[in-house]
Design a protein around this ligand. Structure first.
Ligand code: EPU
Length: 419
């Protein structure tokens, strides 16, 4: 199994290009199931999760053509199986995103329940309840969600909890339903908006994406379209933190500031100088040690849970004491124990971590537990004294395109080793 070997201490300096957003491309690939005709998705990042989604669609009979430059072309005319098997779903929870499109277009689906994961229990009850309210007959047995429906009908759906993939699944179901669907307490993440824009380009009638109330008027059929995926805001934030933690200067390109407002606000609070252009952001720490910043995660536009682990690493070496509260997932402090092995001083009480910055971390062998936890260990390794070896990096390959190459381009001493 590959590992990442990092020699800490290099101050990062340079530019890096941000890839398309993982959490936008996954629902958009699922949305290609709704297209009556070929579709092309561009700015697709090379990620393990994208390969998994392609495999899931391919097994259903969707034809997929990958062109390095143009992106992925899909065609659904050969679909023969309306099933997402446990074997694939267990490796990627976002597989649940095929449920809404399959039920809406084909009136049938059999999708394995994702089960728990390293960051929390992560139920999908709101996906299921919403589809039931739209007329689907759903049973859960043998670990599978089995759905049958005639044409779905519009409904008023009030989500108890703000859920990103739940909002996306229900929006994809509603676009082909008869009549009007209103999703209240909808997620406002930029990836929800990107999916809505793609569905609109396919012929859907959707208003309000990006607000907490989304209104969808169902149409009879959707076409394919050409669509470019928005930049990854979490990759954007992670590289900016890499600049800040190393006291360096990093410019991220092919991305924009409005999708990372809350993150930029916290980075400025560390003492970083942040400048923004139309399609770039530059952070300069001018060789200074960052100041500690308190934060609390919450749904967009508040501070993202997917940036919490990276800011825990940043605070671990910052000047001062920070309080970090995680409100989205119940078990998202798995990186703390590994950071402690590198000399970090962090105390977790319930969903709050108190981080006392230390002047220096020391390199150690550490183990990644989930995608964003892996990113935090790499960030810590960049500034730790000596050598850090990050194990189980398959987590990082799920969500960061060529992370070691991009960091090396900025001057980091990092390489992948077979282990
Ligand atoms: N929830 C329920 N019932 C449901 C659905 C969700 O109680 O039916 C709860 C969850 O247990 C959680 C909260 O709602 O406590 C929010 O979860 P959400 O459903 O929004 O998460 P998700 O859609 O499964 C997406 C991202 C995650 C990201 C979260 C929160 C994708 C493919 N995944 O997950 O991304 O952390 O939203 O922003 O979009 C990552 O990229 O590393 C990642 C984990």
């Amino acid at each position: 199994m590959d590992k990442l070997l990092i020699y800490g201490g290099a101050r990062l300096d340079g530019e890096v290009r941000i890839s398309g957003a993982k959490n936008a491309v996954l629902p958009i690939l699922a949305a290609t199931l709704l297209a009556d005709g070929p579709m092309r998705v561009a700015n697709v990042p090379h990620l393990h999760d994208v390969t998994t989604m392609m495999e899931l669609l391919g097994r259903m009979g969707v034809s997929l053509t990958v062109d390095e430059r143009m992106g992925i072309e899909t065609d659904t005319k050969g679909i023969h199986t309306l099933r997402a098997a446990y074997e694939l779903v267990k490796t990627m929870r976002a597989s649940i995103l095929v449920l809404g499109p399959l039920v809406a277009r084909f009136g049938e689906a059999e999708v394995s329940l994702p089960g728990g994961c390293a960051i929390g229990s992560r139920p999908v009850n709101l996906h299921v309840d919403g589809l039931r309210a739209m007329g689907a007959d759903i049973t859960v047995e043998g670990g599978y969600i089995r759905a049958k429906a005639g044409r779905l009908h519009g409904a008023r759906l009030v989500l108890d909890v703000i859920t990103v993939t739940g909002t996306e699944n229900l929006m994809m179901a509603a676009v082909l339903a008869e009549g009007r669907t209103i999703i209240e307490n909808a997620a406002r993440e930029p990836e929800v908006v990107d999916l809505a824009n793609c569905l609109i380009a396919m012929g859907a009638n959707i208003e309000g994406a990006g607000t907490d109330t989304i209104t969808i008027h169902g149409v009879e059929r959707l076409n394919g379209c050409d669509y470019d995926i928005l930049p990854d805001r979490i990759e954007t934030g992670t590289f900016l933190v890499a600049g800040a933690i190393s006291g360096g200067r990093v410019r991220v390109k092919r991305t924009y500031a409005s999708i990372v407002d809350s993150v930029l606000q916290k980075l400025r609070a560390t003492g970083a100088e942040v400048r923004v252009g139309e399609d770039w952001i530059e952070l300069d720490m001018h060789g200074e040690r960052p100041r500690a910043v308190d934060l609390q995660t919450a749904p967009y536009p508040a501070f993202p849970t997917d940036m919490q682990a990276q800011f825990t690493a940043l605070n671990a070496v910052a000047d001062g004491v920070a309080s970090i509260t995680e409100t989205v997932f119940e078990n998202r402090f798995m990186h703390v124990q590994e950071l402690q092995r590198m000399g970090a001083s962090i105390q977790v009480n319930g969903n709050t971590a108190i981080v006392r910055g230390v002047p220096e971390l020391t390199g150690a062998p550490v183990m990644a537990t989930d995608l964003r936890a892996s990113a935090s260990l790499i960030l810590a390794g960049l500034v730790a004294k000596g050598e850090t070896l990050v194990d189980r990096i398959y987590h990082i390959d799920r969500g960061y395109e060529c992370i070691e190459e991009k960091l090396a381009q900025l001057g980091a001493r990092i390489r992948r080793v077979a282990g």
